[in-house]
Ligand binder design. Structure first.
Ligand code: HEM
Length: 374
């Protein structure tokens, strides 16, 4: 096991506990990375002004720098510090926080959900982006096309992608851009989310479009993983599969207990001291969000799955200046999706799953036997 393989391991949590026992912030010789594994160290790294989201020497990964996907990547708030992060964020964050839970429920409910492995795949990997597209004012047909394009586009975010996937990602970025150019030109658009973002957005048109595409890419895998990991929890603890289980509580505990985003990275921009360790420019820190969630300093009985856990604390959505602005939205989409699928009484015990290859995402894909109605 190593801290990157841990993200897709069947049970990485005992390993994370061993890492925490070795120290909150420790250098891993094999990977040549610092590991932040305790809640204290994770909070300190995410709050530190010299811990940046991209290395200074490579703001855009070389493999994608020459195409449209690279251009979008370079403008995302997620991939920038300073004004290039704050400016888009201040335009986008307020609207995301105001989205009405009933509207999300209605949008999820309007999609066809079938109780088989294909249906579950669509509910995880297509539904969430379709909801975000609808909230921005796209039609259902456009939403379906956009969710396919997002699946292609996100290849540019993974170092595991091959040249063929990157080529497709550039093409998808071009097409997503085209969808937004048309949407922003449509006088009949009724989306209050889009209107608010446009009104507050102070940067140029290309940065606006890149960050709107960013809403799809940020939604795509992380929300699929949250929904999928909730089904894994139900399969592992069949006693939770009762009509009386509050789905919102289940999702809230799943995001802490078995997060879809297991780690993120920070790149040290200037000499600094964190947790008593001296760090140098160029150092890389693997921030183990999933490990911090299981730190007993953060949550009592952290390895217990407790639906009505009092004072639940979690780093799954990050912390500090890059903390996820889509948290409420993704929890709402995941809860509504789970309710819809469970209403079909799927035979979850007949499902198998494998985690998608990833360096940081924990995203199960279900397969094999068809889910049969009970
Ligand atoms: C379960 C689902 C999700 C999880 C676990 C998740 C997690 C995260 C995390 C950990 C970060 C911070 C990354 C870092 O600091 O290195 C982040 C940032 C971000 N997330 Fe999410 N996210 C989810 C869903 C969403 C959704 C639905 C949206 C929007 C529609 C969204 C939009 C964003 C954006 C725009 C950022 C960048 C913020 C910034 O850099 O200031 N996320 N997310």
């Amino acid at each position: 096991m190593d801290p990157i393989l841990a993200a897709t391991h069947a049970d990485p949590y005992p390993y994370y506990a061993r890492l925490r026992a070795e120290g909150g912030l420790v250098f891993h010789q094999g990977l040549k990375l610092w590991l932040a594994s305790s809640a204290h160290a994770v909070a300190a790294v995410l709050a530190h002004p010299e811990c940046h989201v991209r290395p200074a020497a490579e703001p855009v990964p070389k493999a994608i720098a020459d195409g449209m996907a690279g251009k979008v990547f370079g403008q995302l708030m997620r991939m920038n510090e300073g004004e290039r992060q704050r400016c888009p964020r201040s335009a986008i964050e307020p609207g995301l926080a105001l989205i009405d839970a009933d509207e999300v429920k209605a949008l999820v409910g309007a999609r066809l959900i079938t109780p088989d492995a294909d249906g579950l795949y669509n509910a995880m990997f297509r539904g969430p982006v379709c909801v975000v597209a609808a909230l921005l004012g796209f039609s259902p047909a456009q939403g379906r096309a956009i969710s396919e394009l997002t699946a292609d586009f996100v290849a540019c975010l993974s170092p595991l992608s091959d040249p063929a996937q990157l080529k497709i990602s550039h093409a998808a970025a071009e097409q997503l851009r085209g969808y937004f150019v048309e949407l922003l030109d449509d006088p009949d658009n009724r989306s209050t989310l889009l209107a608010g973002i446009r009104q507050r957005f102070a940067a140029d048109f290309d940065t606006l479009i890149a960050n709107l595409i960013g809403l799809f890419s940020q939604t795509y895998e992380a929300t699929a993983g949250l929904i999928g990991n909730a089904f894994v929890a139900l399969i592992r603890n069949p006693s939770l599969l009762r009509d009386s289980t509050p789905v919102e509580d289940l999702i809230a505990e799943v995001q802490r207990f078995d997060p879809s985003v297991q780690n993120t990275r920070r790149f040290v921009a200037a000499p600094c001291e964190i947790e008593g360790e001296h760090l140098n420019p160029g150092d890389v820190i693997l921030v183990l969000l999933a490990s911090a969630n299981r730190d007993p300093q953060l949550n009592d009985s952290p390895d217990a799955f407790i639906l009505d856990r009092p004072h639940r604390q979690s780093f799954t959505f990050g912390a500090g200046r890059h903390q996820c602005p889509g948290q409420m939205l993704s929890l709402g989409i995941a809860s509504a999706t789970l309710k819809e699928v469970l209403a079909h009484r799927p035979a979850l015990d007949r499902l198998n799953w494998k985690y998608r290859p990833s360096l940081n995402g924990r995203i199960p894909v279900f397969s094999d036997q068809l889910l049969k109605s009970l």
